[in-house]
Design a binder for this molecule. Structure first.
Ligand code: LLP
Length: 384
């Protein structure tokens, strides 16, 4: 819930902008890190979800490492204080330049997604005279029951190494001097709300790690990735995801060998609910069968509804009028620039402030300048 004090201050800020509730971010982190400590797990925040320096610094201070998917993310992680020893690096398309950045930064581990990638990392590590720690990102062929664009663990998805390639991978790695296999990595998708998917994942992890263990290969680290979803329908009622249930499911279903370390890469679950996109109504346009609320924020500021047909709760922060139905749209010259069709909103007028909730993850960071629109800036509750 956005405080009355904050809403008053919004009137002075040019819209659209992102507003982050730092109290909620800290409460979310506090529950997450207490459970991580309880189970002796390791966590690496998925920087791709939100890379605002202030947010990164708060997360870093809570003790988490970083999960990166580009050389620039590695640089930003280091700049904001993340320990290189706690940086993991995934991605199907690591360039030579990015691999060099990761090696020079002495990151903890590359999560490798293909056989040719392993060869190149070995070559570059050899030219540097170093040994690179790698985990194999495994594609376990599990349907995460989420939107097809954020499903990453099915055979047809581009991510990871399939089990049928294991023999080839092991044969490849054995003679290589500049690669050390330290674990297995999994990330099967994002915005996963069906908890059964995580127990299936744990069972699959066990089956797949057995393949290696039976061949005398030690798997020191198991990384289960991110993916835990948030409640986009009722953000006010469920501002913090059910981490307790999530970790209880992992604990119950994952077989951990002595000395093995378990890792996670949470993104959305940590930052999703603390961010709101704040916008102003430019026009209310009456159609024959529907009324449009035209905002000054568009798909260039928050692309999730246009790209994944994602639902975000939308609220008129100032009107006390009776509820009406509107199509809430942005100003961009694309028919997909729609935040919500048939949304229920208090009677809305030009100039009203509108909040699009649950926008802390994959919101600002996916912003773009299409139509040469400005990027939205960030404001923080504790600066008010
Ligand atoms: N680890 C890896 C290797 C990943 O690729 C991702 C997300 C995560 C961890 C963090 O997943 P999370 O805990 O946030 O679900 N733009 C999309 C989401 C893309 C997720 C990409 N990978 C969206 O707006 O829904």
């Amino acid at each position: 819930m956005i405080s009355k004090v904050a809403i008053k201050r919004f009137a002075e800020i040019p819209t659209p902008f992102y507003y982050y509730d730092i109290g909620l971010l800290k409460d979310t982190l506090s529950l997450y890190t207490s459970l991580i400590a309880k189970y002796k797990y390791n966590a690496h925040y998925a920087i791709k979800a939100n890379a605002e320096p202030k947010i990164l610094q708060i997360i870093q201070k809570s003790g988490l490492g970083a999960d990166c998917v580009s050389g620039n993310e590695i640089k930003v992680a280091l700049k904001n204080g993340f320990d290189s020893n706690k940086i993991v690096y995934a991605g199907v398309g690591k360039s030579d330049r990015e691999i060099k950045i990761a090696l020079k930064s002495k990151i903890f581990c590359f999560n490798c997604e293909s056989i040719p990638e392993i060869k190149i990392i070995n070559d570059i590590a050899s030219s540097f005279g170093v040994v690179a720690n790698i985990s194999l990102r495994v594609n376990p062929n599990i349907d995460a029951h989420t939107h097809k664009y954020i499903s990453t663990g099915r055979e047809e998805d581009k991510f990871g190494i399939s089990p049928w390639e294991f023999s080839d991978v092991v044969n490849l790695i054995e003679p290589l001097d500049n690669i050390k296999l330290i674990g297995l990595h999994f990330h099967i998708g994002s915005q996963i709300t069906d908890m059964n998917v995580f127990s299936l994942l744990c069972k699959s992890v066990e089956q797949l790690q057995c393949w290696f263990i039976e061949r005398g290969i030690e798997i020191k680290n198991l990384n289960l990735g991110g993916g835990l979803g948030i409640d986009y329908q009722n953000p006010q009622e469920n501002p913090i995801p059910n981490f307790k249930e999530y970790f209880a499911i992992i604990k119950k279903n994952l077989i951990v060998r002595p000395g093995q370390k378990i890792h996670f890469e949470p993104g959305r679950a940590l930052v999703g609910q603390c961010g709101h996109l704040i916008s102003k109504v430019l026009y209310v346009k009456n159609g024959k069968n529907k009324n449009f609320v035209i905002l000054d924020a568009g798909m260039n500021n928050l692309i999730r509804p246009a790209l994944y047909q994602a639902h975000h709760d939308i609220e008129n922060l100032v009107s006390k009028g009776k509820t009406e139905k509107y199509d809430i749209v942005g100003p961009v010259c694309e028919s997909s620039d729609v935040f919500c069709k048939e949304a229920s909103l208090a009677h809305t007028n030009r100039g009203d402030l509108i909040a699009i909730h649950s926008a802390g993850a994959y919101g600002q960071v996916m912003g773009m300048r299409y139509n040469l629109r400005d990027l939205a800036k960030a404001y923080y509750s504790d600066d008010f």
